[in-house]
Write a protein that binds this ligand. Sequence first.
Ligand code: ARG
Length: 404
Amino acid sequence: MGKIVLAYSGGLDTSILIRWLIEKYDAEVVTVTVNVGQREDLKALEEKALKIGATRHYSIDARREFAEKYLWSAVKANALYQGKYPLSTALARPLIASKLVEVARREGAEALAHGCTGRGNDQIRFDITLKALAPEMKVIAPVREWNLSREEEVAYARDRGIPIPSKDKPYSIDQNLWGRSIECGPLDDPAAEPPEDAFEWTVKPEEAPDQPQYVTIGFEKGIPIALNGREMEAVRLIEELNSLAGSQGVGRIDHVEDRVMGLKSREVYECPAALTLIEAHRDLEKLTLTGRELSFKHLVDLEWAWLAYAGLWVHPLREALEAFIEASQERVTGEVKVKLYKGSLTVVGRKAQKPVHDLTLTTSRLMEALDQALARGFIEHWGLQARACMLEKVEGKPKESLTD
Ligand code: ARG
């Protein structure tokens, strides 16, 4: 084989993969690291990849694209898989895959490779996106086949002079702008509270400041544009909110998740900005969308999150759902005030440029303008079917007696 383009994270698996691909396929390996805000030393990663044997390394800063194209779509869709997980890992995969394909085309490569195992969702997201975007290329996922234990991997690395990252924590971690996913080790026992050393972005809620912190989030057509009254570009807004909310202990998630392939797993996340933005956005929608729009959109949102989770980012249904979501955001402009306090996140105020109607009018002037007595007739009609059925069931009387 000529050239293989490998998604490189700098961890042990993908480091070994560089040598393994060279040896097994007698190929040149080009490595790609996509910066989605994972807070890693990208220069060091590049040096490491080249030292291990990559012919060339690409470091691509995709933070802005990630935030504006993927994360803002997720906010508009209030995307929480199973009501809990903001899809931080899931959303980055199709973007990373698209960058791999770009590099592969430029390099004239024949194959694409990633280091996902055969147990998780990430392999699904990579495989489907890669094959959809580059049907002419081969996709290789050696970790899925080789079944090496960590000890065997370490031995392989030692044998070939590949630097072994010190593993001071027993977790499998993936992080980007939208959050930090923590799996494995002591977290595998769903009955045990996650140890404090699993967390890095959030302070322990009981040790958070004794004073609450308020943040105001400004939205324009569903997109977060300002933090505490200051207009801000997407990446900066998310980063600032991550540290602000994280310092109040906000953002921890602990839940049992259904993976795509039918396995259940205990998952722990830290997603301070994602949770805050989604909660604020959902709240602003309540003021700006009609009741029917809200309940229909809820179904659309659930489906959108499911597609993103299940590796079907490239599915035409996602775009169709987004066309609806986009149309629904026309009036979602305004400001939401959130109170952060010792791990809790509460919306305490909201203001919209175009609310469905002014709520203060409901109790005062609007009620004067509307004849309250009309409500009686409405209720008469509204409850007709239910009352007719009850009459028959409970009283044993024919439905017709309702009109007597
Ligand atoms: N369960 C999450 C998901 O499927 C997180 C995966 C985290 N990946 C990892 N390599 N630690 O999106």
